[in-house]
Design a protein around this ligand. Structure first.
Ligand SMILES: [Zn+2]
Length: 235
C-alpha cells in the first residue's frame, strides 16, 4: 500500500517525530469510551461524576466510580498499536507520546516520554501539595495525603478544569521541536488534537493520521486501527 510506504519514509527521515493518541487506540484494547449511552454507570452520566462539583458533593460515589473504571481497565491489555510505538522509539529514543487517554495502557506497554494530558486512572493527587500517589481502592469519603495530610482526589482532569501548566509546557516543547506529527485514534476535530495538528502544519510540519475514518484533510491519511497500521511502520 503506497500510503504506508510514504508514511514509513516520512518516519525514517524524521529527526523528531511525535505521537498523539486518543480513545481509538484504547478502544482496540476493549476499553469503553465512557461517552454517550455506553458511558452510563448506575444511571450517572460521566458529566455528572467527572467534575469538581460532584466530588465536593459526594466524594464517595466519585471514588466508587473510579474504583470501578480502574478495575475494568486493569483487565485490559496494551495492543499491537501500543507495542509498535516501542519499536518506533527504539529508532527515535527522544520521541514523545502525548495521549488523551487515562487508562495507563501506553505506560504498561513500555512507551517512553509519555505525556498524559488528562491524567491517569491509576494515580491520585493531593489537592494541597500536588503530590501524586499510586491509587488505592479508596472506600471512604476522604483519603488523605501521607506527606501533608491534604485531601486526595483522582489524578484526572475533570470537565471544566484546565490542563496542568507543567503538562502544557511539555506539550508545547514537543510541538515546537517536532518535524512529523503522527495522530492515532483521535478525531482531528476535537480539541486538543485539532489544535496540535494545525499548529504544526502551519510551519510546514507533515501530519500523519491513523484512524478507521480519517478526518484531517491536510494529513497523510492511513485508514485503519492502530493495531493494524502501526506494526507496518515499526518493523
Ligand atoms: Zn499532600
Amino acid at each position: 500500500m503506497d500510503q504506508i510506504k510514504l508514511a514509513r519514509d516520512l518516519l525514517d527521515k524524521s529527526l523528531n517525530p511525535l505521537f498523539l493518541t486518543g480513545a481509538g487506540i484504547s478502544a482496540e484494547s476493549g476499553v469503553p469510551t465512557f461517552r454517550g449511552e455506553n458511558g452510563l454507570w448506575k444511571n450517572y452520566r460521566p458529566e455528572e461524576l467527572a467534575t469538581p462539583e460532584a466530588f465536593r458533593r459526594d466524594p464517595a460515589v466519585v471514588w466508587e466510580w473510579y474504583n470501578w473504571r480502574k478495575s475494568l481497565v486493569s483487565q485490559k491489555d496494551p495492543n499491537a498499536g501500543h507495542l509498535a510505538i516501542n519499536f518506533i522509539q527504539e529508532r527515535h529514543p527522544e520521541m514523545g507520546v502525548i495521549t488523551q487517554n487515562v487508562d495507563g495502557l501506553h505506560q504498561r506497554a513500555g512507551n517512553k516520554n509519555l505525556v498524559e494530558l488528562h491524567g491517569n486512572l491509576f494515580f491520585a493527587r493531593c489537592v494541597k501539595c500536588n503530590g501524586i500517589v499510586e491509587y488505592q481502592d479508596y472506600d471512604n469519603n476522604s483519603p488523605q495525603c501521607e506527606s501533608c495530610g491534604g485531601r486526595l482526589r483522582p489524578h484526572i482532569v475533570w470537565f471544566g478544569e484546565q490542563l496542568d501548566p507543567e503538562v502544557i509546557g511539555r506539550v508545547n516543547r514537543y510541538l515546537q521541536k517536532t518535524d512529523l506529527l503522527v495522530i492515532v485514534g483521535t478525531s482531528g476535530v476535537v480539541y486538543p488534537a485539532a489544535g496540535f495538528a494545525s499548529t504544526v502544519a502551519l510551519r510546514g510540519v507533515k501530519v500523519i493520521e491513523i484512524n478507521p475514518e480519517p478526518v484531517i484533510d491536510f494529513a497523510l491519511q492511513l485508514k485503519g486501527g492502530a493495531g493494524e497500521v502501526l506494526p507496518h511502520l515499526s518493523g
